[in-house]
Design a protein around this ligand. Structure first.
Ligand code: MN3
Length: 237
């Protein structure tokens, strides 16, 4: 059985977000293994202070070392409990742990992507996309500036905790802007995120407090467009 099929079987029918996300997580290379209960916190690809002044070092440290780790641990726990519940055919517990797997798995997936699509401002981060990615953005939104406005508005408008996301739609190869509530609700099928912005308060509150739009505006300075382009290319192969 392939790694992907093993993971899909483990994720269960209740973990829709995982079923959608898992193949691309593997494809984009976030984890060397997708064995149930064996997920690991990926290292940040830069130092905690690399995204200063736009995202502060303390926020990055807590976000990665505490919040993301909690999602990894939560996903591993959920997968282990799911295996037990299946073995005893306890369907209410299967339902419960499937929801936990969707929440924590969504968190693990999205944060793994989030770290990779950012980089030091003026170095890996900032500027504008080029090449195939720019062409896809122009095709989907008319222009890069029009895309930025739509994505920023989506990020500002997420109710409570969630994400703004740029998805690749496999059916027609187009890019679409999506929102996720928490890390898994409002998930779409047949699409894979290639860019995401975490707008949970833990992502910005220490520096920006209630001013989420200021955080969103600053975040464009740290987007690593080469990494986003690589995500798109990996899905188009
Ligand atoms: Mn977060």
């Amino acid at each position: 059985m392939s790694t992907r099929r093993t993971f899909l079987a483990a994720a269960g029918t209740g973990a829709a977000a995982l079923v959608v996300g898992a193949p691309s997580l593997h494809a984009i290379g976030f984890e060397p293994t997708l064995a149930p209960g064996k997920h690991e916190l990926p290292a940040l690809p830069y130092s905690f202070d690399a995204l200063e002044p736009h995202i502060d070092a303390q926020t990055m440290q807590i976000h990665h070392d505490k919040h993301h780790l909690a999602y990894v641990n939560g996903l591993n726990k959920a997968e282990e409990e799911l295996a037990k519940a299946r073995a005893t055919e306890d369907y209410s517990l299967i339902q419960h742990w499937s929801k936990q797997a969707a929440f924590h798995g969504g968190g693990h997936w999205l944060h793994s992507m989030f770290w990779k699509i950012m980089g030091a401002p003026g170095k890996q981060g900032g500027g504008e996309p080029t090449g195939d990615l720019l062409a896809a953005i122009n095709d989907g939104f008319g222009s890069f500036s029009a895309f930025k406005k739509q994505f920023s508005a989506a990020a500002a408008a997420v109710e409570g905790s969630g994400w703004a996301l740029l998805h690749y739609r496999h059916d027609d190869g187009r890019l679409i802007v999506m929102q996720a509530e928490n890390q898994h609700k409002l998930s779409s099928w047949g699409t894979t995120p290639i860019l995401g912005l975490d707008v949970w308060e833990h992502a910005y509150y220490l520096k920006y407090q209630n001013k989420r739009p200021d955080y969103v505006a600053a975040w464009w300075n740290v987007v690593n467009w080469n990494a986003v382009a690589a995500n798109l290319a990996s899905l188009r192969r």
